[in-house]
Design a protein around this ligand. Structure first.
Ligand code: SF4
Length: 489
């Protein structure tokens, strides 16, 4: 039995650092039949609901084009809008901090929490703070971070990692959740059942006291409005609203790509995001705050603007489109690869198709896990079709595959390079090509059975270990043409 929940991350809590590459992690994931059942049920349900919600809007494609245009314009003038946001937040009584990387962002938050005289924070679900590993960094500083989103709470209590952008505990079914609550939630009611309403009520009671006593709330943001300095969070449960209204101090960690120029631009995204993410016409809770308002809500507001690789991605002409992402997770729910592997295999807080491009763009393609991610796709294009900001994920995947190859070009096994060099020479020379085809036909006759080659010696065995190869035809097309027409084709 694991130790009772204390609010601090488990000492052995897995991190994303040093994760195995995607193929190794995926192999383990697809062997877990319970995981596959949970994922198939959840993704198919949400996929169908999203399609119905989108079909209600006749101008969906126009909204999509508008969102793409707004984001592209903003990214092209990001320097201007960031400075405008800073001025607006400051004018409204807030404080803006600039964080170049995860360590800097975490250190700023820890310093602000200490300055507020707190050793515990309540958190709104936030991808940016997952990306920076804020909870672990705060724990190392003696500060507890309590996740208040129900699914994030399940993940935290289970000493687990999120596996979906929107539904972090999508890999858990309700029986597993009940078990986590019974083991890790000291105040869970006796006789707790796996009825969803009972589970939600147990979580609500568990969180209530924390909301009322917290001095500091930490959030991310879905959007930040440069014009007014307003920060926007959309959610379904209302826990986020408790975090951003009850504590005296509010710290929002926001990626620099979350900015929108004006309040009016928000309208487009508030139509696209809920339908794409939860298949709702509007989010049940849309919370916005602008600096501080005396006597109402947090009296000390800090906005931490996070780069952490975003300016590098912005400089990449193909990759920069990934910064349009509004983290709706529609691409995860339609992806045949994600459906089978789940999110943990992606070795990043960002799983699925968007994770397969955003993680290498933010972190580079040199680590084994990041170099494997652009290949975690069938390139079927379903992710592009559903993306509300029209990110051409297949294009970015193919482009990143090229970067992976370029990054290790010097290290590519010399035999592989020799094979490609020889192939290039053969394919350039009709005479050598004809000789190679004759040799292949003769060799094929020796090893083929019933027209198929089932086993080849190394290194060609890497191919035949998982598939047959067709035997080369006894006569090539070029040879047949020359024999029957008396000329070269
Ligand atoms: S890439 Fe598009 S579909 Fe995927 S999470 Fe981002 S906005 Fe949503």
């Amino acid at each position: 039995m694991t130790a009772p929940y204390t609010g601090a991350p488990h000492p052995g809590m897995p991190t994303y650092l040093g994760m195995p590459s995607f193929p190794a992690a995926a192999r383990a994931a697809v062997a877990d039949s319970q995981l596959r059942r949970n994922l198939t049920h959840a993704t198919h349900t949400i996929r169908a609901k999203r399609a119905a919600a989108v079909a209600e809007l006749a101008d969906w494609e126009q909204l999509r084009a508008a969102a793409k245009a707004i984001k592209d314009h903003t990214l092209a003038h990001l320097d201007t809008y960031l400075l405008r946001l800073e001025a607006s937040v400051t004018r409204a009584g807030g404080h803006v901090h600039w964080a170049q990387d995860a360590d800097e962002a975490n250190a700023i938050v820890a310093r602000l929490v200490r300055a507020a005289g707190a050793d515990r924070v309540v958190k709104v679900k936030s991808m940016a703070t997952q990306e920076t590993g804020l909870n672990e960094a705060l724990a190392a500083d003696g500060i507890d971070a309590l996740e208040t989103d129900l699914a994030e709470l399940i993940v935290q209590l289970g000493h687990d990692r999120p596996s979906h952008i929107l539904v972090p505990a999508i890999h858990r079914n309700r029986a597993e959740i009940r078990e986590i609550f019974r083991r890790q939630m000291p105040d869970a009611p006796a006789g707790l059942t796996d009825d969803p309403a009972a589970l939600a009520a147990a979580a609500r009671a568990h969180l209530r006291q924390a909301f009322l006593s917290a001095k500091v709330g930490v959030s991310g943001a879905n959007f930040a409005i440069a014009e007014t300095g307003s920060v926007v969070v959309v959610e379904s449960e209302g826990n986020g609203r408790m975090c951003v209204t009850l504590p005296q101090t509010l710290i929002s960690v926001v990626g620099i790509e979350k900015i929108l120029p004006s309040w009016r631009d928000l309208e487009v995204f508030l139509a696209l995001l809920p339908r794409s993410s939860t298949a709702e016409r509007m989010n049940p809770y849309t919370s916005t705050w602008t600096g501080v308002m005396p006597g109402d809500g947090p009296q000390d507001f800090h906005l931490v603007l996070l780069d952490n690789g975003r300016t590098t991605a912005l400089a990449d002409q193909v990759g920069r489109q990934a910064l349009r992402c509004i983290k709706c997770s529609a691409c995860l729910n339609v992806c045949p690869v994600y459906e089978r592997t789940g999110g943990h295999a992606y070795g990043s807080p960002y799983p699925g198709p968007i994770g397969a491009i955003i993680s290498p763009l933010l972190r580079g393609v040199t680590s084994p896990v990041d170099a494997s991610l652009p290949y975690a796709s069938t390139l079927c294009g379903a992710c592009y079709d559903v993306c509300p900001v029209a990110i051409n994920i297949p294009e970015a995947l193919v482009y990143l595959r090229g970067q992976v190859v370029d990054a290790k070009r010097e290290k590519i096994f010399s035999a592989e390079r020799t094979v490609f060099n020889v192939s290039a020479r053969v394919l350039r020379s009709p005479r050598l090509l004809a000789a190679a085809q004759r040799a292949a036909a003769q060799g094929g006759r020796l090893v083929a059975r019933s027209g198929r080659i089932r086993r080849l010696p190394p290194p060609l065995s890497a191919w035949t270990e998982t598939r047959d190869a067709p035997a080369p035809p006894p006569e090539s097309f070029r040879a047949w043409w020359a024999r029957t027409r008396g000329t070269r084709p």
